[in-house]
Design a protein around this ligand. Sequence first.
Ligand SMILES: NC(=O)C[C@H](N)C(=O)O
Length: 460
Amino acid sequence: MLFLRRFYSKSGRISQILKTNKPGDSLAIQGWIKNVRRLKNNTFLDINDGSTSSRFQVVVPRTPENQHLAPGSVIAAVGEIQVAPNGSFELHANQVEMLAEGRLQEGYPFSPKQKHPPEYVREHLHLRSRVDFVAAQMRVRHKAQKAIHDYMDEQDFVQINTPLLTTNDCEGAGEVFRVQPDSQDLLKQMNRPNVPMEQSYFDSKVFLSVSGQLHLEAMTYGLGKTYTLSPAFRAENSKSPLHLAEFYMFEAELAHLEELEKLARFIEQMLKSVTSRLLETSGEDLSFCQRNSNSNSDLPWLQVPWKIMSYDEALQVLQENKGSLKTPISLNEGFSKDQELFLVAHCGAPVFVVDWPVQQKPFYMKVSRTNPNRVHALDLLMPAVGELCGGSLRESDPAILKSHPQLPKDLEWYVDLRKYGGVPTGGFGMGFERYLQLVTGVKNIRDVIPFPRYPHSCKM
Ligand SMILES: NC(=O)C[C@H](N)C(=O)O
């Protein structure tokens, strides 16, 4: 009977119901009971179905049959939409069916009454989507990807699926994971019994990609504007709340790009536009995540113009303020997190640090023709997270590229790109999870990706 009524009533996800229905509509919903309040005549159930961080109130008569309704159970309810005294919609159910008994069974790690700290929730990766803040994060993540794809599509970029198996270490930093078959037996099956284990992707040395940039560049010489939003892997033994061994990187390459400032302004425009869309599509979830991480920020960087500052100027600011820094300044490496955040605070806005010392940056960056000690590179520094994007004009002269002492072997093909109809190009990469941390205020990067991989942790 209930089955038939469910079939004939309008049904939908709660997020849609809240937008499209009107009082008097008959409705069927399914969801998890998050909370139960029993008053004299009625029982009030807070239901959530994973589509929104709002809870939807279902009112059922307080009868002996309804006594067993408890937090954690899954129900289907059929009834009529009415307006609650607080003005929001609620369902007055005339029938309720228990679909699954509660999660309050022995061993279930989360209590509906308690706010568990993220570290605890993370210990139960396979169950954590049931925790409200994790579900909200995942919805924001989905909508942020959609906003990026929509924006790039409107800007006429072509999405490229860059490979995850590659022979290059794009950054030359040696932070690569090598791919090998599991055993010598497999090598034998590949008819390569004598290939040394370290060259064992059939007959070459293969890594998990640290960046899709070089492959994107290859595509850009035929397509003009390309991007990817792909996994990247770094074998960096860092326990930092800003690093993962497997993360997603949004990277773009543009042909006919001759000025670094144009690249900076493109990044600024893109981030402001993508974030404004995200606020429109996910405002409620974003606020929920911000409240949950005690970081109520109205993202003031959306409203102000971003600054551009040379590396030399940035260094001078830091040197003049040595006393306020937690870490010593190094001339051989980039800035530390506390120095990056100091520069952002000093500028009162996000800042692009440009024109970096050549020895601090990888081989593919364009050397300044007026100052060979500098490359046309940028780092975008943002509040809370520090470096969010890195980018550069790419070296366009095959001869300069070939003579670079750090040019990896086996990258003849990369030099070739410049030989045949080479044009000036440039591009950038942005750690997608860092971006999510920036907009949601979540402190630990492990909480903005469904299944985090970091040193000594690859559960499931
Ligand atoms: N596509 C990029 O410019 C990102 C750069 N290759 C990096 O990994 O930092």
